[in-house]
Design a protein around this ligand. Structure first.
Ligand SMILES: *[C@@H]1O[C@H](CO)[C@@H](O)[C@H](O)[C@H]1NC(C)=O
Ligand SMILES: *[C@@H]1O[C@H](CO)[C@@H](O)[C@H](O)[C@H]1NC(C)=O
Ligand SMILES: *[C@@H]1O[C@H](CO)[C@@H](O)[C@H](O)[C@H]1NC(C)=O
Ligand SMILES: *[C@@H]1O[C@H](CO)[C@@H](O)[C@H](O)[C@H]1NC(C)=O
Length: 349
């Protein structure tokens, strides 16, 4: 009896690390006013250190909650053509083993969450929604010909500083999960923030007589989260398997195969291989792809061949409603009819 007690205790300790992902906050009712510190306890899926951060940074919480919603939406979109399609992320904070173990999928989700939190905070500075920050600094270099600095830059620095406090707090707790898992999540969160930094681009607005663009003002703005997610998806596809090994005086994550090179700052790392997600198997957190829609004409990962793992597929007819026979009326509106069309679609056997 004593044995089973200590087993379940250590299990819940190791599980508590993935609760770290603030994504469970997506369930927060939109109407919950977060203007008093005691509201922090009502938020689902925060570890103690995050509740403390909530208390001392109440004004940031709307951004953190919004980030959780964005993570769910963006992850599902980015993986809609894959066997693992991110649907299990909505079980947060009670993840299945696909996200509970140190897998590639959990690497992606940690990176995306870290990027999303910093992204939302940086943007909230720009829109004036946060009392502690405003526009990012004007770039140091002199602007090129044809434009001048202006507008309101996304406050990337503030987003990175405040965002990493939230994202990394659980990994810095003493009693949570294995050291290897913590190092893995910390590394991948940093990769997410690196991808966010790399997404900074120049955005411009034209001025001048009737849009002649004789004067242009430009600022540094972040790309949309869905674009950052696609960047991270590529890193997911080429992620590196690592092991926790002594190097010098401490243990580090080092690539499992061949070389003794250190892990790169831009690569996602994972500790445990994932299943192929073809068949349902709860023991490894796989939903399987039965009844998933596949694309007969694609040769990518959503093709019926790859999606259905060679099991074959069933066709069915689906109705789509479209706007059709559109007419332009002088001046200035368009009227359309609604047309129904049946299309053949396919689901995996
Ligand atoms: C918190 O927000 C609610 C709803 O917006 C409001 O009724 C209440 O007065 C606010 N409390 C404080 C302390 O600002
Ligand atoms: C994602 O996969 C799950 C499990 O296979 C499935 O139930 C769900 O419908 C899929 N979602 C989408 C949007 O395809
Ligand atoms: C299927 O894949 C083809 C080729 O990639 C693409 O043009 C088409 O839009 C896809 N169809 C659906 C229903 O997604
Ligand atoms: C799909 O097929 C086209 C034409 O054969 C090829 O150019 C493209 O690279 C293929 N895409 C993938 C993902 O294999």
């Amino acid at each position: 009896k004593k044995g089973s007690l200590s087993l379940s205790l250590s299990l819940s300790l190791s599980l508590s690390l993935s609760l770290s992902l603030c994504v469970a906050l997506f369930k927060t009712p939109a109407a919950l006013a977060l203007n008093q510190t005691q509201h922090c306890k009502q938020l689902e899926g925060l570890v103690l250190s995050q509740v403390q951060l909530c208390r001392s940074n109440l004004e940031l919480m709307q951004s953190v909650i919004q980030a959780a919603r964005e993570v769910i939406k963006t992850c599902r979109k980015a993986f809609s053509d894959m066997r693992w399609n991110c649907s299990s992320i909505e079980l947060a904070p009670n993840f299945l083993l696909d996200l509970e173990r140190g897998t590639r999928e959990s690497a992606f989700v940690h990176a995306l969450s870290a990027a999303a939190i910093s992204h939302t905070i940086a943007r909230a500075c720009t829109t004036g929604d946060l009392p502690g920050c405003s526009c990012g600094p004007i770039p140091g270099e002199t602007p090129g010909p044809g434009y001048r600095w202006g507008g309101c830059a996304d406050n990337l620095n503030y987003g990175l500083v405040m965002g990493s406090k939230f994202s990394d707090a659980p990994m810095k707790m003493k009693k949570s999960g294995s050291q290897a898992n913590k190092l893995m999540h910390l590394h991948n969160s940093e990769v997410g923030r690196q991808a966010l930094k790399a997404s900074l681009e120049m955005k411009c607005k034209c001025h001048g007589v009737s849009g002649s663009c004789s004067i242009k003002t430009c600022w540094r703005g972040l790309q949309e989260l869905r674009d950052i997610a696609l960047d991270l998806k590529n890193k997911y596809l080429s992620a590196t398997k690592v092991v926790h090994r002594p190097m010098g005086t401490r243990k580090h994550l080092v690539p499992k195969d061949l070389d003794i090179r250190p892990v790169k700052e831009t690569e996602l790392v994972y500790l445990q291989s994932s299943p192929d997600f073809c068949m349902k198997n709860e023991k490894v957190g796989s939903h399987g792809t039965q009844d998933r829609q596949c694309n007969k004409t694609s040769n990518g990962s959503d093709s019926c061949d790859l999606m259905c793992c060679g099991r074959g597929y069933n066709p069915y007819m689906d109705k789509v409603v479209e706007r059709c026979h559109c007419k332009y009326h002088w001046c200035c509106y368009v009227t359309c009819k609604r047309c129904e069309r049946t299309v053949e679609r396919y689901v995996c056997k």
